[in-house]
Structure formats: C-alpha cells, structure tokens
Design a protein around this ligand. Structure first.
Ligand code: ZN
Length: 184
C-alpha cells in the first residue's frame, strides 16, 4: 500500500532521473511507469520503479529504476508447462549508477548488498555480481535472484523473453504482485 502523493512523488522522481541521464523518452511514456511496492508498504527500502517500453507475446523490455539502496526481493521466473514456456530469460544491463545483482553460486564473502534485516530470512542466494553501466548478466529461467541499488540508486535494462510477472515466484511469502494506492 502506498499513499497517492508518495506514489506520484516516486513516479516523478524516476521520470526526472530517466531524463537527467538523457535516456530518450516521449512525454506520454511517464504513464508507463509502474511503482511496485509488492504489497509490503516499505517502498523507500523495498520495491522498484519500472518503465515498461514494450511487452509482446515474445519479448519485453523495461527500464528498472531503484532509489538509493532500494532492495528487490528474491524471486524467479518459472516455467509454464501448460504454455510449454521454459520461463523468462532476463538480461540485466547497467545503464546508470551501481547495482548489486545476487544469484546462485559461491557465497560472496563481503557483499556490498545489505537488504533490510527483517527481509534477510527470505534470501537464500548470495553470489553477488556488481553491475555498472555497460555490464550485463543473463539470468536463466527458473533461477532465483534478487538485487539492490548502490548508494546513488540505479537504472538498468531488463530485456527478456515473454513477461510472466503474474507467475513470478517470491521467497518472501508476504510479497504480492500488486500495488494498492491509498487516496489521501
Ligand atoms: Zn527477475
């Protein structure tokens, strides 16, 4: 749940940053910005801003915008046997700022990412990859991952095969894929 004025402030902040880094956008695309608080009502620390650029039956592209140190919980994009879809392959590519992407693998001894302490119990993977502008990493389908921005925030691409947002699985049982806006 997020108050409407906070929702607007967050959307405007993300829009301003996108323009500030000279990413070319059309004015009306501000309406394509999604604020995902994952039902946790802790948007300052957990969630993300997404500018959805396109989403077809085959491919999707979003810009993901994280405020300073904002955290996005561990999740994966599972296969759909019914649709004979192996799950979303997601390419993360840094555009601005610094992102810590965390995936399965050897545990990083001194990770830079530091998720909110009450959310740490829902994290199982600790192999940290630093994503700076121009760095990219391909996340295979059905692979657990989470991420957190560095201290200035981050903007990065999420380019993928067909989106399956509603089917995404999260480790944290409190997460819902829905942001409720509270009129104040
Ligand atoms: Zn993902």
């Amino acid at each position: 749940m997020i108050k409407r004025n906070e929702w607007e402030k967050s959307r405007d902040w993300a829009w301003h940053l996108i323009k500030q880094i000279n990413f070319p956008v059309k004015e009306e695309e501000i309406d394509s910005i999604e604020i995902a608080d994952l039902g946790l009502s802790e948007f300052n620390t957990t969630g993300l801003h997404a500018l959805s650029l396109f989403d077809t039956a085959w491919v999707g592209a979003k810009l993901l915008i994280l405020s300073p140190n904002q955290f996005f919980p561990e999740h994966k994009h599972p296969e759909s046997k019914k649709e004979k879809y192996p799950g979303k392959t997601e390419v993360i590519r840094g555009l601005w700022g610094e992102l810590y992407l965390v995936v399965p693998g050897s545990v990083t001894p001194h990770p830079k990412a530091n998720p909110p302490s009450h959310r740490k119990k829902f994290i199982d993977v600790w192999h940290e990859i630093k994503i700076q502008p121009g760095d990219q990493y391909i996340i295979k389908p059905n692979t657990w991952h989470w991420f957190q921005a560095g201290c200035s925030g981050a903007i990065f691409w999420s380019i993928s095969s067909k989106l399956t947002d509603a089917a995404d699985k999260f480790k944290d049982p409190q997460v819902v894929r829905k942001t409720m806006i509270l009129d104040n």
